[in-house]
Design a protein around this ligand. Structure first.
Ligand SMILES: N[C@@H](CCC(=O)N[C@@H](CS)C(=O)NCC(=O)O)C(=O)O
Length: 202
């Protein structure tokens, strides 16, 4: 049984969605926030004291996207393909972590996450400008195939879509990127995504 520490209204959502896609049994061990996005109590199994963290038997992991790679590996193809496609999954996941997420957060903190008085519009604009450059790359790739690797949804799609999810849900202007919109909506409309979203949005 996978034990996902966190709450659906956190990055633990990503791992809940992955567990749902993998069809693996899991439980959510709830730990949420006090004020200011700090955890309500220490989470000793993660040396970073952040959520999510995963327990899978004796294995303990942190980093939501790495947890998702582990979950997908347990499920195998098509969620985690092998050979060169596994390398492509790693490429897109690292691209998500290093090229995309910081800009999503820069925009998000200064648009809807921080209290209004603390938001800096110039920071939101800078985040959007940088994210739009990456979305243009994504738009070009999704013009060639429906999912990141080809015809099939993989954990690479999940890892990127779950990072873009909150921006999509909070009014990020994607009008210039119709392929991205169609792709993210297809990802978020999957039965497993709907089950995970029901826990978060319900
Ligand atoms: N890169 C980490 C980030 C984890 C993270 O920042 N989690 C937030 C909640 S979504 C957290 O635990 N915040 C509490 C804190 O920073 O004290 C991941 O993807 O797992």
């Amino acid at each position: 049984m996978l034990r996902i520490h966190g709450i659906p209204r956190s990055r633990a959502f990503r791992c809940i969605w992955a567990a749902e896609e993998a069809g693996l049994p899991y439980e959510v061990v709830p730990i949420g926030f006090a004020s200011g996005f700090k955890l309500e109590r220490p989470l000793a199994i993660n040396p970073n004291n952040k959520i999510p963290a995963l327990e899978d038997g004796d294995l303990v992991l942190f980093e939501s996207l790495a947890i998702n790679l582990h979950i997908a590996k347990k499920a195998g193809a098509p969620l985690m393909p092998s050979g060169d496609d596994e390398s492509r999954v790693l490429q897109w996941t690292l691209w998500t972590a290093t090229e995309v997420e910081a800009h999503v957060l820069r925009w998000g903190y200064n648009t809807y996450l921080k209290p209004p008085a603390e938001r800096v519009p110039a920071e939101a604009s800078a985040g959007k400008e940088a994210l739009d450059l990456r979305l243009a790359v994504l738009e070009g790739e999704l013009a060639k195939r429906p999912f990141l690797l080809g015809e099939a949804f993989t954990i690479a799609d999940l890892n990127l879509a779950c990072v873009l999810y909150a921006a999509r849900a909070n009014g990020y202007d994607l009008a210039r990127f119709p392929k991205v919109v169609a792709w993210i909506d297809a990802c978020l409309d999957r039965p497993a995504a709907r089950r995970a979203r029901a826990l978060r949005e319900g």
